[in-house]
Design a protein. Structure first.
Length: 513
């Protein structure tokens, strides 16, 4: 293969990476080496090897060259010279830096792959795979990896008789739920059809798509719909139309739906759920050992395990596991700690040393402080913090993203009574706690916290009684429940939050973004 071909492949690979990364709002360079992410200059040729055959070998070489030095064995000590290892660690900890099988997700990935393969074998089998689990548990990464591996295997296999096409749609990024049809069409047919017939069945390119997907001898489309709960409209018409396509005898479509909520299939109306069977795979939150394995594995794969001490990695894994087991957050905390180490060596000129547990601790606190909503929570007085504590406890317990004010008020009153008893026990003067007073205070805190953009009102998923959907309280999209819990438990002098949050293990909840 010539240089130009290799260069094109490198550029193509790095821009594919950028495209995926953009969907996660990560700002990375558009043309970088796909292994070490160095910027490529004009005419810069990465290597003259067969891309696929020598890929692994080249990856190693590339990383070594970028690091500039061989690793030394002394624990806690980094090689002399530039802080290359820190930059390699930053690269290894990037959200999409891991390719292929994810550690600690082997059985879930196998289930996804098994579903896809069996659906392709009998593509008239009418089942949707429903992938659920807490944020950052590897749902999207696992499904994308399985679908891509299958697509690649099919395209390279000479005896494959069912060509497949893979299409990914994130429902959270659509302007309206019904825009999903135009988006699927764009992904499947490579174009968006002009809207001729307005919204509703048959419009938004739905007919052209239906034809393409039921055409005999065409490709089987593996459609992955991420954050599928964003398509849940009141009458569930969008999901009904989508499931209706799939249930057509000639439909060549395999659907994988991903969401944070476990109970979405139960919330489907009978006319929707009766169209198809639902197979489930649930992704449990990572525990600390798993998070430690994931982080260590990432660093090892990037040749940067010496950048962070093992006790620091363990601390990060334990903290993040306690706050909901989100691998994305664990990666962010480690990246922030490495960035601190880079800044420190740049300013004091000392020999770079591996990130310590104390640095990791600081990085975690700093990360939280970069979120103005978390800072706002930390600076609140005790009573509004107790109001938010009541919200966090109930949101976790009910696995919900919003709650009626009266539920929060009940919790708030219970917290106030605990505080009153403690004050009395300590001989402090107390004010009587009454339901009326608590109701009045909660109404006031709701208004103030909405004004401060810490909480907001959302429509609750209850049956509509003809007067529009009931409204509930949830956190604004820039902070999730586990971050709010951390902000409450680190607020100085707030023992009640620490105690109550420790008592209640985190439960799956829905993230609004
Ligand atoms: N087992 C793992 N090994 C390595 N990296 C992982 C693992 N699980 C998750 N990650 C990384 O964590 C990040 C979040 O993963 P992913 O986007 O798949 O989570 P998700 O479950 O889809 O979350 P959300 O519900 O928020 O969309 C990604 O960068 C992914 O690469
Ligand atoms: Mg996801």
């Amino acid at each position: 293969m010539g240089n130009a071909g290799n260069r094109d492949k490198a550029r193509e690979a790095s821009s594919a990476y950028t495209k995926e990364a953009d969907e996660e709002d990560i700002n990375i360079q558009a043309t970088g080496c796909m292994f070490c992410r160095r910027l490529l200059g004009e005419g810069d040729v990465l290597w003259e090897l067969d891309w696929d055959k020598d890929r692994e070998k080249k990856r190693e070489e590339c990383l070594r060259a970028y690091r500039g030095l061989e690793k030394k064995e002394t624990p806690g000590k980094l090689p002399d010279g530039p802080q290359g290892i820190f930059f390699m660690a930053l690269s290894a900890l990037r959200p999409f830096a891991s390719e292929g099988m994810l550690p600690c997700r082997e059985s879930e990935q196998a289930s996804v792959m098994e579903f896809l393969k069996s659906s392709l074998r009998v593509h008239i089998k009418k089942e949707v795979l429903y992938v659920s689990g807490m944020p950052g548990t590897g749902k999207t990464a696992s499904v994308l990896d399985a679908a891509k591996r299958l697509e690649k295997a099919r395209s390279s296999s000479s005896n494959s008789n069912t060509p497949i096409k893979f299409a990914y749609v994130n429902a959270m990024c659509l302007s309206t739920p019904s825009a999903v049809f135009a988006e699927i069409q764009r992904k499947v047919l490579g174009q968006a059809q002009k809207r001729k017939r307005g919204p509703g069945p048959g419009g938004d390119g739905e007919e052209a798509l239906r034809q393409a997907l039921t055409q005999a001898g065409g490709e089987v489309v593996i459609l992955v719909i991420d954050e599928v709960d964003a398509l849940l409209t009141q009458g569930q018409t969008v999901l009904y139309r989508l499931f209706d396509w799939m249930s057509q005898p000639a439909a060549r479509l395999v659907v994988v739906a991903i969401a944070n909520t476990m109970d979405l299939p139960e919330r489907l109306l009978p006319r929707v759920s009766s169209r198809l069977g639902i197979r489930r795979v649930n992704f449990e939150a990572y525990n600390r050992d798993q998070l430690h394995t994931i982080l260590a594995d990432r660093l090892r794969a990037g040749g940067a395990e010496a950048a962070i001490r093992d006790d620091a990695l363990k601390l990060c894994a334990a903290r993040v596991a306690a706050a909901g087991g989100d691998a994305r957050k664990a990666l962010q905390v480690c990246q922030a700690a490495v960035q601190r180490a880079i800044d420190a060596t740049a300013t004091n000129g000392k020999e770079p040393e591996a990130v310590t547990a104390a640095q990791m601790d600081k990085a975690e606190a700093e990360l939280l402080q970069r979120n103005p909503v978390a800072v706002g929570i930390m600076n609140l007085n005790l009573k509004p913090r107790c109001f938010l504590l009541g919200m966090v406890l109930e949101l976790r317990k009910q696995n919900a993203y919003a709650l009626p004010l009266k539920t929060v008020t009940r919790r708030y009153e219970a917290i106030m009574r605990i505080l009153q008893q403690r004050d009395e026990g300590a001989g402090k003067a107390t004010q009587p706690v009454s339901s009326e007073r608590c109701a009045w205070e909660c109404l006031e805190y709701q208004r103030r916290l909405e004004d401060c953009c810490i909480i907001a009102q959302y429509a609750l998923e209850q049956k509509d009684d003809g007067e529009g959907p009931a409204m509930g309280l949830g956190f604004v999209s820039s902070i999730d429940v586990s971050e709010a819990a951390t902000a409450l438990s680190v607020a100085p002098g707030d023992e009640i939050a620490k105690e109550l949050l420790d008592l209640q293990p985190p439960c799956p909840y829905r993230r609004l973004s």
